[in-house]
Each structure stands twice: as structure tokens, then as C-alpha cells.
Design a protein around this ligand. Structure first.
Ligand SMILES: Nc1ncnc2c1ncn2[C@@H]1O[C@H](COP(=O)(O)OP(=O)(O)O)[C@@H](O)[C@H]1O
Ligand SMILES: [Mg+2]
Length: 364
């Protein structure tokens, strides 16, 4: 096990910058998730850690070793790909053993490791089968097993669950979380699915267009998104975002006006985008009480999502299950000042005057 350190890691394809310079220190045993939309540079960054892509500039250290120009096989990493990349003509046992054989490991040691990995993943019944005789979930487990038997310094996984159906994806997600805690090896996991990121990560690295947007624990990025992009990307249903302006201590957008908390008012008289999560709008009377009009009702089972408007502004409200709310219903909602977010119009950075230092850091 080891720390992994990326310093100003950049990737150019011709003169197109795919990754603009990533600084990241991954702690021993940490579960890091790279999250962002397709094309934002997640796989490229992962592949630079693996050594599958040349690093245009910057350095990668694994433990005390500078691995920047080392071949993948010399980095002591194990990677799991989306398409599993199993050998179709080899048995599961041979698939698990292959990497170790290539490294000329002692035969008895290989057998011990393959057997204990198969036990850990519940693969014993399938060891003499070929990959095509397995289900998708079982193949995914073999792909994980092939990484596990290697006992590497770090696991790298690139969208490992995206070929599985929704139910199996949740099950495998839980297995991966358990497994990682059990073996205690650092893991870097790439996904575009914010739920996967929130549930798995110790820390999430949110990327967009080759730039890191924010690095933080799941609830940190949920509670204090650094900018509009993160605010919109983390959380489901999405945060409500309303363009308007701060005027004295009040946010105004057409007919909607809301009293704002001191930490936002401190940076007053700016054009801002207001943010409030659907689950943070309170049903009933309270501070900033307004009338909500529902246009669409989505019954989710344990909760009800109402899509409608407040003061002429589109707004989604997520509430405890309601059997009575219908299309056209009007009811009172309130906006607790402490639940409101504000982002500067334009660059989209979070406005939080109580933490000016943090704000400058994000803007720089
Ligand atoms: N071999 C390549 N040649 C040129 N451009 C590439 C190559 N691989 C990836 N890119 C570009 O780099 C950017 C980041 O890609 P990638 O890391 O695969 O994104 P992600 O994994 O986040 O979907 C994209 O714009 C993609 O088109
Ligand atoms: Mg990718």
C-alpha cells in the first residue's frame, strides 16, 4: 500500500489539452472517485496513473517512487476495465492466474492466491468454466478478481459497472465498497454516475473539460459545491437554480424575492444564481414563506417530487410521500436562509463571504 501523488499532470493530444493539470494526493487506503460527464478527462487521467498514456507534463509518484516514465507493468498497479477484458479461451482459474504466471510467480503461491481470491468473490463454483459460461455480474467479479490476486499498491477501475443492469450495478457497488475496505488498498474509480461517486468515495474529484472543479468528501461537495457546475452535477433531483440579483439583503428574480443569509449578503449587489435543493424546501410556514404551484407530480414511492413554480420561477420540491397533492395544487413552502446557495453569474463560483479565503482559492 502506498500514497499516490499527482503533480500538475497534463495531457495533450496534438495541441488539444485533454487534462489541464491535476494535483492530487491519494492517501494510503483511500477510495477516490473521478466524476464528470463523458469526455471530461477521467479515463485519460486514470490511464496516465496506470502508464497506459504518456504524461505530457507533470509527475506521478506511487509511494516514494517516481513512476512518471515507467511502463505499466513496472508500476505495481492493477486495472479493471469496463469491458472486463477476459481471455475467452482460458478458464476462470487460468484467467485469474495469468498475470501472476507472466510475473513468474511460484506455482504454489499462485494457487494459494487464486483460491483465496475465488473464495473472497464467491467464484469457486466457476473456476473451471470459460468466461462465456458466466453471467455479466460473474464476469465482472472475475475482472475484479484478476486485479485482486495481484495484490497491487493501487487499484484503478474505469467505469467497471456500466455494462450491468441497474439492480446488479447496485449489488456490485456494495461488493466493491466492502472489498476495498477489506483489502485496504487505495482505489481510483472512474464514473459519470454521481450516485456511484457519492456512495463509494472517501473523496470525489469532480472534473469538467479537463479541469478539476472540486475535490472533497461526498457530503462536503453536496453541502458546499464550489461552483454552479458541481451544484448541478451532484444531487438528484437536481438543485433548483434561479438567475437574479442581490439587492440589499434580498435575492430578486421577477416576482420572487427571498431574504438571504448573512454569509451571502456580505458579498452583496452582484448578479447571482440562487441555488436550493428540492429536498431543502420546507413544506408549510416558516422563513421566506411563499406559494408553490404544482404542475407535475412524480410519485417516487417513499417521496413525492412536485415540479412547479414559486413567484414565476420554475422550482422542484421533494417532499415526504403525499397521496393528496395533485396537478394544480397550491401550498405554502418556505426557504430556510441557511439552505440557500448563491453563485456568481458568469464564472459560477460559490459566494460565501464567511469564508473569503476559500472563495479566492476557488476563483484562482
Ligand atoms: N487517443 C486520443 N486522441 C485524441 N483525443 C483523445 C484521445 N483519447 C481521448 N481523447 C480526448 O480527450 C478528452 C478526454 O477523454 P476521456 O479521458 O476519455 O474522457 P472521459 O473518460 O471523462 O469520458 C476527450 O475530449 C477525448 O475526445
Ligand atoms: Mg472514460
Amino acid at each position: 500500500m502506498a500514497q499516490v501523488k499527482l503533480a500538475k499532470v497534463r495531457k495533450l493530444y496534438g495541441d488539444v489539452v485533454a487534462v489541464h493539470g491535476v494535483d492530487l494526493l491519494i492517501d494510503d487506503g483511500e477510495f477516490i472517485v473521478f466524476l464528470g460527464p463523458s469526455g471530461c478527462g477521467k479515463s485519460t487521467t486514470l490511464r496516465m496513473i496506470a502508464g497506459l498514456e504518456n504524461i505530457s507534463s507533470g509527475t506521478v509518484h506511487i509511494g516514494s517512487r517516481d513512476v512518471t516514465s515507467l511502463e505499466p507493468k513496472d508500476r505495481d498497479i492493477a486495472m479493471v476495465f469496463q469491458n472486463y477484458a477476459l481471455y475467452p479461451h482460458k478458464t476462470i482459474r487460468e484467467n485469474l492466474a495469468f498475470g501472476l504466471k507472466m510475473r513468474r510467480m511460484d506455482r504454489a503461491e499462485i494457487e494459494t492466491r487464486v483460491n483465496s481470491t475465488a473464495t473472497m468473490l464467491g467464484l469457486e463454483p466457476f473456476l473451471e468454466r470459460k468466461p462465456k459460461q458466466l453471467s455479466g455480474g460473474q464476469m465482472q467479479r472475475v475482472a475484479l478478481g484478476r486485479a485482486l490476486v495481484r495484490n497491487p499498491e493501487i487499484f484503478l477501475l474505469d467505469e467497471p459497472l456500466s455494462n450491468l443492469d441497474a439492480k446488479l450495478r447496485v449489488k456490485m457497488r456494495e461488493e466493491i465498497a466492502l472489498l476495498q475496505k477489506e483489502v485496504g488498498t487505495s482505489m481510483v474509480y472512474v464514473t459519470h454516475d454521481q450516485v456511484e461517486a457519492m456512495t463509494l468515495a472517501d473523496r470525489i474529484v469532480i472534473m469538467r473539460d479537463g479541469h478539476v472543479q472540486q475535490i472533497g468528501a461526498p457530503l462536503e461537495v453536496y453541502d458546499k459545491p464550489a461552483n454552479l457546475f458541481v451544484a448541478g452535477f451532484i444531487g438528484s433531483p437536481e438543485m433548483n437554480l434561479v438567475d437574479g440579483r442581490l439587492d440589499g439583503g434580498v435575492f430578486r428574480a421577477d416576482e420572487l424575492s427571498l431574504d438571504m443569509p448573512a454569509n451571502i449578503v456580505g458579498a452583496a449587489n452582484e448578479n447571482v444564481t440562487l441555488g436550493i435543493r428540492p429536498e431543502h424546501i420546507t413544506i408549510g410556514d416558516g422563513p421566506n414563506a411563499r406559494t408553490f404551484r404544482a404542475n407535475v407530480i412524480e410519485q417516487l414511492g417513499s417521496q413525492t417530487l412536485c415540479v412547479g413554480s414559486v413567484g414565476g420561477q420554475p422550482m422542484r420540491v421533494l417532499m415526504e410521500r403525499s397521496d393528496t397533492v395533485t396537478r394544480g395544487s397550491e401550498f405554502t413552502v418556505s426557504f430556510q436562509p441557511g439552505r440557500l446557495h448563491a453563485f456568481a453569474t458568469g464564472e459560477g463560483t460559490r459566494i460565501d463571504a464567511t469564508n473569503q479565503e476559500e472563495r479566492e482559492l476557488i476563483a484562482s
